[in-house]
Design a protein. Sequence first.
Length: 346
Amino acid sequence: METPFSLISEEEIKNNILPRYRIEALEIKQIKFKDTVKQRAVYKIVTSKENYCLKKIYYSKEELFFVYSAMEWLFHYNIGVSRIVSTVDGNKYVLYKEMIFIMTNWIEGIKCDYDNQEDIISCSSNLSKIHHYTKKFKAIAGSNPRLGFDDINNSMYKHFIQILKNYNLANQYNDKFSLIFKEGFEKNFTLAKIAVDTSSKINLNNLSKSLCHLDYVNKNILFDSNHDIWIIDFDKCKFDYCIHDITYFLRRILKRENTKWNLQLVLSCLNKYEERNSLNYDEYKAILVYLAFPQKFWKLSRDYYNNISKCNQDAFCNLLSKSNEKVGFHYNFIMEFSDYINKKFT
């Protein structure tokens, strides 16, 4: 049945998309729907033999060829990934009502448990494996190259200046949110300054490059019944600096209550990663930069002051207060991690 949030009806899927795969569904379950600029939807297609994942993607077919190339490259090196299913006429997608749909096999598994250190370490090892085998990755002809390689110092500096501007706005408005912002400003500003100063000393030429998933978080990391790892959802993948994947993975863990700013856990992950890929001084500095910058503090204040007339002030105040409660742990972590790096490379 079509819900208020459906992109297309179940009947449309059955009559216009599944026949292109010669698939007859016993059941169609809408798993996710996002009606944003990057509109997407995910459906579980249940059949008598196996299950599939049908996804409406938000990028072009040329970018899809890049994503397909990434998944096939990893499959070739025995890394557990979902694979795109071909249509009966050999295409990798179905075009319906100017929307692009892809089908992959459905991976049965349980998402990575961030409260289980063994799971986290296994994920770090798997990420290292992905990077190791994709340093020479090449996409198929017709792909739109997806390249990262942002200027780290330039990015950090822009965010740093935004925090300073927000401080001036906080003094101007002096409302409830602004008072909470100023209470947490000193330590968050220090963390931002560390990120900017350290980023200015990184030689980008020394940063390793590979295919990066760029959404390597527990919802996309599944353990099957044999506890083998499977990676899903390559929508954001790019050829980029390896440290972007590493820090995205670590930040998601470190901001949780049960694992907040746990230095020993981070070092265990990095040590496991380095069993296959060694990390140099510039890469450790880059990891420090991305872990140091107060992302939540910057983003909340940016969004609040950009939409101050129509945002939910109580919600923003609550989120910023919770962020400020952890800034002491964040600050101590960065001081200790910085000391560790200096000792490791001197």
